[in-house]
Design a protein around this ligand. Sequence first.
Ligand code: PEP
Length: 247
Amino acid sequence: MKKLAAGNWKMNGTKASLAEVAALLSAHGQPACEMLLCPPATLIAAMAEAAQGTALKVGAQDCHPKPQGAHTGDISAAILKDAGASHVILGHSERRTDHGETDDLVRAKAEAVVDAGLVAIVCIGETEAERDAGKTLAVIGTQLDGSIPMGATAANLVVAYEPVWAIGTGRTPTLSEIAEVHSFLRGRLRGLIGDEAETVRILYGGSVKPSNAVEIFAVPHVDGALVGGASLKAVDFGAIVEALSAA
Ligand code: PEP
């Protein structure tokens, strides 16, 4: 299975930011891993055009569960595909918190993504209070069960484990905490989708940066990263892509 370095630009980026894409492609045009950037929806088409014929794939950060209709301000998976997206991040903790997204809604969106022929990157993760209460595995197990799409395969699903307290904070779990969760998720996925689970990419996300990427990518069942802040700069994201390519 090819590992995946995925960048989430969140609500950052204008046309001028495409210079970072050019810089990334000129320095890291042929990585051994898969490379994906998920900019704001307004930049998907332009980034997809800049990425045409290169190893870079372009994704979105959310979508509506319906294919089209009267939903002002929303974007469907089919529309994202038309703009050039190949992947959609779903259930990011910022969407679960800011927009009250539930597992049911995340699963409906993931099914819409799969129906449109795109790859769903389903995010799950515990809060600090849940970890402190010893509930991490129970919480992420429930999120996984409730959020992945029907008919999930290694080709249409990526799972991202992102402890909420590690996102944008500079803090990360210990390597053994990451190992515990990723191995638990592999087993849980096996129970849900059988042998197909062996090749579903399970990404770690939460304050991944060039200085910690090598050690995180050496953890068993870490098949890549979902990177926020460090994906905004080509030099940092490129270093993470290289670390993953060498892992
Ligand atoms: C994220 O938002 O998915 C994320 C992991 O952010 P950061 O890398 O900035 O912690």
